[in-house]
Every structure is written in C-alpha cells, then in structure tokens.
Design a protein around this ligand. Structure first.
Ligand code: F6P
Length: 538
C-alpha cells in the first residue's frame, strides 16, 4: 500500500469529485454567508483566504483524512527531529534548524556561522572591510546557480527597500558569458567583492563564472594576494574552495543536511545579509521559524502549509490540473515564481516512490509558473479565465505598499481582488446578454458575440495577504511554500529532497563539450544530436 491511490481517502476523494461536478462556487458562496470566514486562516501576518476553492466541508475532511492516511505528520516529525528522510542520499533534512535559534544545541554550528556572517556583513556595510587597495566595497557579486542563486536573488529583489544604498548586489548564474560580461562591465575591481556560492563547489556553471571573474580581477589588479580581500566562498566543501584559491578563513560553511533549494536561510544568504544587514536577515529567519512552528504544532485542519498542499493535490490529482500559477501582486516579488519553480519542481518532479517503485497511477509535481500582477492580466490571464485548462492560482499581495504614491497601490489591490472574484464568479449567459443589451447591440450581433462573452467561472484560487513585504513576512512566505511542497511530497510518497533528474544532462554535456572542443569520444549519439554538434562545429 505504498501508493496513495490505494488509500481509502483517495478513493473517496475520486468518488466525491464525480459527485460534486454540478457545484459552482458562486452557489456555494450564495448558500453560505460564512464561507469566507470558515475557509480562511491567519498565521502571524499572513492571511490565507482559501474560500474560492472547489471544496466543501466534506472535501476538506476527506483531504485531511488523506493526509492522515499517508502519514504526513509522521514524516514531518521525522524531518524536524533530524532523521535521514532524504533516503537516497542518506541525509537529514534540517533547513528548519537554520532558523531554530532556540535550539542551538541541536546544531551548534548554525549560531557560529550566523555570527561570522554578522561580523563580515557588518564590516562590508560599514566600510571597515577594505579591498586590497584600501577601497570600500560598493558592489557584491553572488556567483552561484539554482539554490545558490535563486533564493538570495529573489530575496534581494523582494527586500530592495531595505538595502543599503551604497552597496549594489549583483547575481551571476548562467554559464552564458553574456551574463558575467554584462555584470563585470559595471564593476571596478578595487570596490568589488565576489561571493562564490556553491554547496558542492563542483558546479560547472559556477566554477566557470568564478574563474572568469577571477581572471578579470587578476588582469586588472595583478596581485594574487589581493584575492583574499575580494573573493569569499559559501560552501560545504572546504577542500574544493581551497583548491580554487580562496582562503578557507573566508569561507562561510553550511552542511549536507541543507538542500540547495532550501538553503537561503544558511550562509547562502550572505549576499542578502550584506544587502539588508544581519539584524534584518535574522528577522527573515524569525519569520520562517514562526511558520516552522505553526507547521509543526497546528492541527491539520488549521495548518496553512497542509491546507495549501492538500488543495494542490485536489486539483492536480482529481481534476487533472497540470499547472499551478503564482501571481504576486507585488513587483518586488517578481522573482518569487522562479524561486518557487525550483523549490517545487526540483523537489516534487519525481516518478519513483520512496521505496523505489515506479509511479504509474497518479501525477506528482505540477508545473509552477507565474508573473507579477497586473502584468500577467495583460498577457496570460485570458487563458486562466476562458481557456480549456483548469489552472489554480495563488494571489499574493501586501496591504501596504513600500512606495505609497498616488492611487497605484489601491489600483493594484483592486485588480488582485477582482481577478480572484472574476475567476470564481465568471459571467453567466444572462449577465452577458444583459451587458450586450445595455450596449444597444442588435439581436444578430448579440447572438454572435454572446458565446464569447460568457465566462464559466468556478476557477479556483488562493489569496494570501500580508501587511507589508518585510523580511519577517518574506521568511514566513518562504517557509510556507517549503512546507507545502513537503506535504505534497509526503502524500505522493516521493523523496522531495534529492534531484537525480538533473544528472543525465550534466553528464551528456561533458561529453558533448569534449566533442565541441574537437576531442574524440566513444559516445554513440543519435542522428539529431550528431547533426546539431556538426552544425555548431561548422
Ligand atoms: O543541478 C541542480 C543543483 O544541484 C541544485 O539542486 C542546486 O541548487 C544547484 O544545482 C547548485 O548546486 P551547488 O550549490 O552545489 O553549486
């Protein structure tokens, strides 16, 4: 019974889904004035309104039953107590320990690395850390990829209003030289600090970019001894850091029990700590810890990550919704969908159960995508409203803007709330007809346009509101989605903490790179791959 589809709750949900076909959210709201109160929940500063979902009390109770039958809470407890639940790599999964500041005896090194980050980031910010020619640091370049890039980059963008003005943080991730070259063009070596961020310190893209940055630096400064004032590393691999030429005194450590995509709260957040200062970085940790505590202690029925995870399962597994849209109505969160793509898709894009069985009878991780509102409204929202796919949406918005100017923020919020209402209500034939009549259209035109003007509605969404996008709130949001992904992985009975699927492409790229360099290899490529290699070489 390792497949969730064999659980009684799964079967009951499948039957329930068939029975509830005739329900429309509009009617559910009309029938129950208390629906919004009943299906919403606050944790700290976050309000989750999940009332615009295709659920009734019975649906939720069956989903909770599914969580119980699939052992979500047991796996959660094993994670928090440090069991090696990443069973293919025999590793504990303890990103929560990075922000559990009261349990320093659990992982004592966490506190000392945070203190080291504090000393270092303060010295860069106050100018006491000097470059080799006694200049202050004005540019910090984080070189990393995946979890060693997306977390700090997303958070630096999200918390831009909290950044120190005279220090600019840049991110270089892609092995495409255009990114590193365009970044280096903006910099002066004497006032630049490079943070080479890589858990393994073996990642091809990061090392290639790091070497290019070092060559650029050496061409202009010409002094090996200067490297120590301009290059620091964040890694679990001291040996490789030393091999690259960075003094391990200038290395900020983290541990194999922190997954790359779960590492923002570790020293991987160093660029963020420099940008916003360590006290604010600690506020972000506190926000994440608050959500960790909630996830650990709240009953399932009032547990925000559990509710989000189960709603995702409901659509993905019982309505065949293949994708899930993230629509932050907050420009500062413009990289949040990209960050969640790695968090969710690298964690739950699996087709093998924890015990090695192949998954054949249910889908795991959905495609995560999105853009900030209101831009998305003028691009892909047409499909959300009238397309043939069911796409659940998460709307996120702050009640208070960081830039209170004119009517902007009120308009932004009005649009955000209107979109979820429109998706839920739709527009009936009678309403569309009345609108066309009010425009004074003749009968023939009305009948011709009518089918195009009808919106089926009944399209689900969650709305997450918070007071202000500050470090604490961002920490809580990050942990909320981390645990949502955990809940879904637990139900699908997959290991959300490995990523073997990225390996094959890396291996093949090494061979093809050798061939592009003109080396003979014993690789036997298909005709398409051979032709592409030939085309590039010619
Ligand atoms: O290839 C995928 C991956 O391993 C991610 O999981 C990780 O976040 C990224 O590469 C970067 O890895 P590293 O921090 O070891 O350079």
């Amino acid at each position: 019974m390792s497949s969730p589809t064999a659980k009684p709750a799964w079967r009951a949900l499948a039957a329930h889904q068939q029975q509830r076909n005739h329900l429309h959210l509009r009617d559910l709201f009309d029938q129950d004035e208390s629906r919004a109160d009943k299906f919403s929940l606050s944790v700290g500063d976050l309000l989750l309104d999940y009332s615009k979902n295709l659920v009734t009390d019975e649906t939720l109770s069956l989903l909770m039953q599914l969580a119980r039958e699939t052992g979500v809470t047991e796996l959660r407890d094993r994670m928090f107590t440090g069991e090696a639940i990443n069973n293919t790599e025999q590793r504990a999964v303890l990103h929560s320990a990075l922000r559990n500041l009261n349990a320093s005896d659990f992982k004592p090194d966490v506190g000392s690395v945070l203190d080291k980050m504090e000393r270092f980031s303060a010295s860069v910010r106050d100018g006491s850390w000097r470059g080799s020619s006694d200049h202050r640091i004005h540019d910090v370049v984080n070189i990393g990829i995946g979890g060693s890039d997306l977390g700090p980059m997303m958070a630096c963008e999200a918390l831009k209003p909290y950044q120190q003005d005279d220090i600019k943080v840049h991110f270089v991730s892609n092995v495409d030289s255009s990114q590193v070259c365009e970044t280096l063009k903006l910099l002066k070596p004497e006032s630049t600090l490079f943070i080479i961020a890589s858990k393994t310190f073996t990642t091809q893209e990061t090392l290639t970019n790091a070497h290019t940055a070092r060559d650029w630096f050496m061409r202009q400064v010409g002094d090996e001894n200067a490297i120590a004032r301009h290059f620091v590393a964040v890694s679990t691999n001291a040996e490789k850091v030393a091999e690259f030429g960075i003094d391990t005194d200038n290395m900020f450590e983290f541990w194999d029990w922190v997954g790359g995509r779960y590492s923002l709260c570790s020293a991987i957040g160093l660029s963020l700590a420099i940008a916003i200062g360590m006290p604010r970085f600690r506020e972000l940790l506190a926000g994440a810890e608050m959500m960790d505590q909630h996830f650990q202690n709240a009953p399932l029925e009032q547990n925000m990550p559990v509710i989000l995870g189960l709603l995702g399962i409901w659509y993905h597994n019982f309505f065949d919704a293949e994708t899930h849209a993230i629509a932050p109505y907050d420009q500062y969160l413009y990289r949040f969908p990209a960050y969640l793509q790695q968090l969710d898709m690298e964690s739950n894009g699996k087709s093998t159960r924890r015990n090695g069985e192949t998954i054949e009878d249910y889908h795991t991780g959905p495609v995560i995508w999105g853009e900030p509102g209101t831009n998305g409204q003028h691009a892909f929202f047409q499909l959300l409203h009238q397309g043939t796919c069911l796409i659940p949406v998460d709307f996120l918005a702050a009640v208070h803007s960081q830039n209170q100017v004119g009517d902007h923020h009120r308009l932004l919020l009005a649009n955000c709330i209107a979109q979820s209402e429109a998706l839920m209500r739709g527009k009936t034939e009678a309403e569309a007809r009345a609108e066309l009549a009010a425009e004074g259209l003749d009968n023939e035109t009305t009948e011709r346009l009518l089918p195009h003007k009808i919106f089926s509605g009944n399209r689900p969404s969650n709305t997450i509101l918070f007071q202000k996008l500050d470090p604490r709130t961002l920490g809580a949001l990050i942990a909320l989605y981390e645990h949502k992904v955990f809940v879904q992985g637990a139900i699908w009975n997959i290991n959300s903490f490995d990523q073997w699927g990225v390996e094959l492409g890396k291996q093949l790229a090494k061979t093809i790179d050798a061939e592009l360099r003109g080396e003979e290899t014993d690789a036997r490529h298909d005709a398409s791959t051979r032709a592409l290699i030939k085309y590039v070489k010619q």
